[in-house]
Write a protein that binds this ligand. Sequence first.
Ligand code: TYD
Ligand code: MG
Length: 456
Amino acid sequence: MAKAKTLYVCGECGASQPKWSGQCPDCGAWNSLSESVAEAAAAGSRRGGWTGQGSAEVVRLDSVRAGDTPRFSSGLSELDRVLGGGLVPGSVVLIGGDPGIGKSTLLLQSQAAVAAERKALYVTGEESAAQVAMRARRLGLDPEMLECLTETSLETVLATAAANRPGFMVIDSIQTLWSESLQSAPGAVAQVRECASRLVQYAKRTGCTVVLVGHVTKEGALAGPRVLEHMVDGVLYFESDSGSRFRLIRSVKNRFGAANELGVFAMTDGGLKAVSNPSAIFLSTDEAPAAGSCVLVTREGTRPMLVEVQALVAPSSLSQPRRIAVGVDPGRLAMLLAVMNRHCGIQVNDQDVFVNVTGGIRVSETASDLAVALAIQSSLREVPLPRHLAAFGEVGLAGELRPVYNGEERLREAAGQGFTTALVPHANVKGVKARLTIRGCRRLSDALDAAREVDS
Ligand code: TYD
Ligand code: MG
């Protein structure tokens, strides 16, 4: 095959150079040139311009029939949820995650389920066919259903796919693929970008659903500094608390559904199992409630979920006591401590404060404020909060409790999980029907007092 012409494009200014150099001759940025394929300047591409020759048809959107996107199941309920209801034919999804987290396991399980209905191909550049077969056996999957190709050349993969016509193809991983049209090594930004864009074209043309596995680099971005995210239809990240057997899969981009949706799996001897009721597992099963712990009703994507927020307040020997937040924003913790000091008379200037959300969950919404404050007060007083108490609410700088969205849904989830009392912002109470006692408070100080009353 003839080598395509290569160019070196500056990542800063976009200028292209025929040769690589350490500094971009146009903008002066250092180390910003990367190899890419020159677009073929086809003779026919210079179209008539103002003469209107070679123009294309413009459509009015009311004439477009936008039916429901057809989807098919990935075979795993939690993966379907994160994808917005299943896989879309012709779409490309990128799954990123640390090594060993279970990407290959997840996709092999999904492949076996999908293969029952449509032709599926598992392309691996990382493992041998024997290793994949061994894993399939360990997972108890039917090897007859699994078709595997061990290959790293993009051209061979595309030719094999063209001959086999799969409806679902897994590429494990995009960093091991390389295209003959580029000289750089597999895994280089230019290679990753070129391979992904050719696979996207292939998916759009044939209607095959392609899932790309991407490794996360040291900096935490998918290799080829997030170059793929804008090319593909969906980006999922696989994450886990170190040592925990639970795996969280989160969508950060989804052209066919809600982003920020969360799916929960447990890694077992028999592979990944979907956890359909995550609230139950993220709450401690410990019978006696402990001081410094508060149950928060948070929302991940479109689903309310109960998680446990823990705080530990302990006398510090440091001149500048520690403020450590795991799973919540450290900036918000500092803000909350200042509000508690100024408006509630709770002073922790000489104490270390640690806050942790159990189960490796990261809560990014402001609705966690009230639960964090309650946990801190409980730890400071060394008195546990009453069992069956759940809380949510945002705290403002003036010490007020601000409402959060989807309050009713959160309260129903708490009631459904057996909670009997909820401490929430006053504005979240009106017109809510849920089978538990709801205490609405206007100020953080009222909520902290209310928590003390409930337990006394
Ligand atoms: P793997 O899917 O190979 O991870 P990735 O492709 O993301 O690098 O996951 C391998 C890990 O999962 C490995 O540490 C062993 C564990 N595992 C189980 O606990 N149970 C199983 O059934 C399987 C297949 C793997
Ligand atoms: Mg793997």
